[in-house]
Design a protein around this ligand. Structure first.
Ligand SMILES: NC(=O)c1ccc[n+]([C@@H]2O[C@H](COP(=O)([O-])OP(=O)(O)OC[C@H]3O[C@@H](n4cnc5c(N)ncnc54)[C@H](O)[C@@H]3O)[C@@H](O)[C@H]2O)c1
Length: 353
């Protein structure tokens, strides 16, 4: 059966959804678009979509699925409105601006029986899929530390909504939620605490650099670092276990390596490094021939973003469970809020899920 998608918010991401659904998702037609801004509505018309001039008209159309791609502060409002009007919902990330807002949305989904999910498209990124595979295949032994890093050096547009507090701007809401969702999905354990630093380097109201460390039950610490003011990039992923280290340099997983230790620990010093001001046996690295180098484990089939909407359609039809679940969306939001609390009070925040 063909489903009908309506898009609210025809900006950067809303127009991307409309175009990509039209070209890539066979069982879904883009049947209506609404944007509060007349120019955006004109653009959608010019792009060949059927456009409504008001939200009221939009919800009267026979769409059965709504994609919400407005600024973040309207996510809760439109999610609830759409489900109460009998539509299923895919909301852009972040789901909402607080746990309380989200719990209301989830309650409406349960009450109306309408599907509600969040567009966590970064679960389909090649670098992430490879990192997850390295972990799930146990290539590094018992994990104790990992970092997920993203850098750019251009900032947010100063007049834009992403630079404003009241519209849910800031890097933690913007990219932090993707990085957090990836970490929580790839580590099959409960997080127990969070410590976060948020910096306002050039933004007045919101964070433009964030560093969040999540500690899991096993003691593993997973840190994500997202930075809009970095001129020199480091590897996207750096993962360490007691049997090896993995590095993935790029978004596409084309560059990276895994080194496994063949013997762990040494009885006595095997070498020494000399610096201008001293020497160190502990910083003497193992010679490369004492390590086992593995290629990055590529998935059998490359990840497909289409799976996201295909799953939404199957879930609406009762043929599958939604892959971005309510439980995960709520867990993401709880940890995200704990990160804000930690940064605001400069303290470690315990998490109870
Ligand atoms: N998943 C991803 O990869 C990804 C990437 C970029 C953005 N996003 C998310 O998509 C959403 C939109 O971001 P963007 O970068 O496209 O922003 P944008 O500013 O380019 O687009 C937002 C659009 O919403 C419209 N709008 C504002 N208020 C509205 C309202 N009350 N009703 C209807 N329309 C309204 C604006 O006119 C604008 O066209 C955000 O939630 C953002 O976090 C997700």
């Amino acid at each position: 059966m063909k489903h009908k998608l309506g898009v609210i918010g025809y900006g950067t991401m809303g127009s991307w959804h409309a175009e990509n659904v039209r070209n890539r998702i066979g069982d879904l037609d883009v049947a209506a678009v609404y944007d509060i801004d007349k120019e955006k509505r004109e653009k959608a018309k010019a792009d060949g979509f059927s456009v409504c001039d008001t939200a009221e008209d939009f919800f009267k159309t026979d769409i059965d699925l709504v994609l919400i791609a407005t600024p973040n502060n309207f996510h809760q409002y439109y999610s609830i409105m759409a489900m109460e009007k009998g539509k299923n919902v895919v909301c852009e990330k972040p789901a909402c601006l607080s746990v309380e807002e989200l719990e209301e949305v989830l309650a409406v989904s349960r009450k109306t029986g309408k599907l509600y999910t969040v567009h966590q498209n970064r679960r389909f990124d090649m670098d992430y899929v490879i990192a997850k595979k390295i972990i799930s295949e146990g290539k590094l032994g018992k994990l104790f530390m990992m970092e997920s890093r993203l850098y750019s050096n251009r900032g947010f547009s100063k007049g834009g909504w992403k630079a404003k507090y009241e519209t849910g701007g800031g890097l933690l809401y913007d990219w932090g939620i993707h990085m957090l969702d990836q970490i929580l999905e790839m580590i099959p354990e409960n997080p127990i605490s969070v410590y976060a630093d948020l910096h306002k380097v050039y933004m007045q109201e919101v964070d433009d650099v964030c560093s969040v460390t999540i500690t899991f039950e096993s003691g593993l610490t997973a840190r994500f670092l997202c930075d809009l003011w970095c001129h020199i990039k480091e590897a996207r992923w750096h993962i360490q276990g007691d049997k090896g280290t993995a590095v993935i340099y790029d978004w596409f997983g084309q560059q990276g390596k895994i080194f496994q230790t063949t013997d762990v620990g040494v009885e006595e010093s095997v070498g020494c490094i000399y610096t201008h001001n001293g020497l160190s046996t502990s910083m003497y690295s193992r010679p490369i021939q004492e390590l086992n180098e593995l290629p990055l484990p590529l998935p059998e089939n490359p990840p497909r973003w289409e799976e996201f909407y295909e799953n939404v359609i199957d879930a609406i039809e009762g043929k599958a469970k939604q892959i971005v679940t309510h439980e995960q969306i709520l867990k993401d939001m709880k940890v995200l809020m704990a990160a804000f609390e930690s940064a605001n009070n400069q303290k470690l925040v315990k998490i109870s899920l």
